[in-house]
Write a protein of this length. Structure first.
Length: 371
């Protein structure tokens, strides 16, 4: 006799979960009750959901499950940063990072096992790509961290912000990422304000437009250069979507979100993109947008040829942006002693040789979805 295949309820947002309960012959409001148990109380045992009837609890036990990625390692940095290595299947794992600060707690979440874009300064891109994460594997990262941290949505909120800035390009896993972000923002889920959920992209132009149509979240763009020649060297995706097209898409996104700004991430690399001239080019480039720049001093990883700039170069670059009226904080390196700093996430990818084929498949799907 074959094993029973159970439906993982973490794969649904509220709309999907209500449809699932209707399919079971139950009232849609039962989905709301179950969401509270899952995301507010971190309960994964249906028998403990005491406001559900005994027959429904039994039905759910037989047909459904609440299964997040399994924690393989849980490391804490000297500065309080915490990183989980989470197994997604028998061969692959992703990394999730929690960064505590005095006035906020930010969780950095992965969207893919590895990454196909191969940005030159990123450890994740250097290891290759295997597959997209399911929506349950994405929201499951938040669930695992929330449970481990003792996060309570309406009582003790340890996770105040979620950033889709971990392993992978979120817009190449569009539907699963949007569904997971719906749960992050839902009052029955993690109850985060829209401005506290941020999606970071390397510049998937058609999908930025699509995101603006279906999701109310903050947008961050990995820019890292102010001209196409250098950006193509650092971010190969720029060949397909050059800077002018990317900024046009950002302008359209900002127009849909009044009183919001686009965050541009700029990794400062010694003698590559940290010159004052690059700073002045960046000022001219971003004048027409409601923009903020996050300056990220490069975090070295094994095998890279790049170096972190000296403090003087970072300060000079920031000063040029500030004098031009741009908000440009320098991101403090966190969790470097456990390889949790920006650009250092590696996880575990089973088969690097699949990267080219999988990337072509992803790009084909992205073009078809945008058509």
């Amino acid at each position: 006799m074959s094993d029973v295949v159970r439906t993982n309820l973490l794969q649904f947002d509220r709309e999907g979960l209500r449809k699932y309960f209707t399919h079971l012959g139950e009232k849609p409001f039962r989905a709301d009750q179950v969401m509270k148990w899952i995301y507010h109380q971190h309960v994964s045992d249906f028998s403990a959901m005491t406001d559900l009837g005994k027959s429904l609890r039994q039905k759910l036990t037989e047909s459904a499950e609440i299964t997040a990625p399994r924690p393989l390692f849980d490391q804490q940095s000297a500065d309080g940063t915490r990183k989980w290595l989470l197994g997604t299947d028998s061969a692959n794992a992703v990394e999730t990072v929690y960064i505590p600060e005095p006035n906020r707690g930010t969780l950095c979440v992965s969207s893919q096992v590895g990454c196909a874009l191969n940005c030159r300064f990123c450890s994740t891109g250097a290891q290759g790509f295997n597959r997209n994460l399911s929506s349950s594997e994405i929201i499951g990262q938040v669930w695992i961290a929330s449970k481990a941290l003792g996060n309570r949505t309406h009582l003790q909120r340890r996770i105040t912000n979620v950033v889709m800035m971990g392993m992978g390009e979120p817009l190449l896993n569009f539907d699963n990422v949007v569904r997971a972000m719906n749960v992050m923002r839902d009052d029955l889920g993690f109850g985060l304000a829209s401005k506290r959920v941020t999606l970071s992209t390397a510049g998937m132009v058609p999908m930025i437009d699509r995101l603006g149509e279906v999701a109310d979240v903050s947008l961050a763009v990995s820019l890292h250069a102010a001209d196409d020649a250098l950006r193509t060297e650092l971010v190969p995706l720029n060949r397909k979507y050059p800077i002018e097209q990317l900024l046009d898409a950002c302008a359209r996104y900002a127009a849909r979100k009044p009183r919001s700004s686009i965050t541009f991430e700029y990794t400062l690399i010694k003698d590559v993109n940290d010159h004052p001239e690059q700073a002045r080019k960046l000022v001219k480039l971003l004048r027409r947008l409601p923009a903020k720049v996050n300056l990220i001093p490069f975090n070295p990883f094994p095998g890279t040829c790049y170096e972190r700039p000296p403090v003087e170069a970072i300060t000079q670059f920031q000063k040029i942006l500030n004098l031009a009226g741009l908000v440009a904080p320098v991101r403090r390196t966190r969790g470097s002693d456990i390889d949790a700093a920006c650009g250092q996430l590696r996880g575990q990818v089973f088969d690097r040789t699949r990267r080219s084929a999988m990337f072509r498949k992803q790009m084909h799907k992205e073009n078809a979805d945008a058509a």
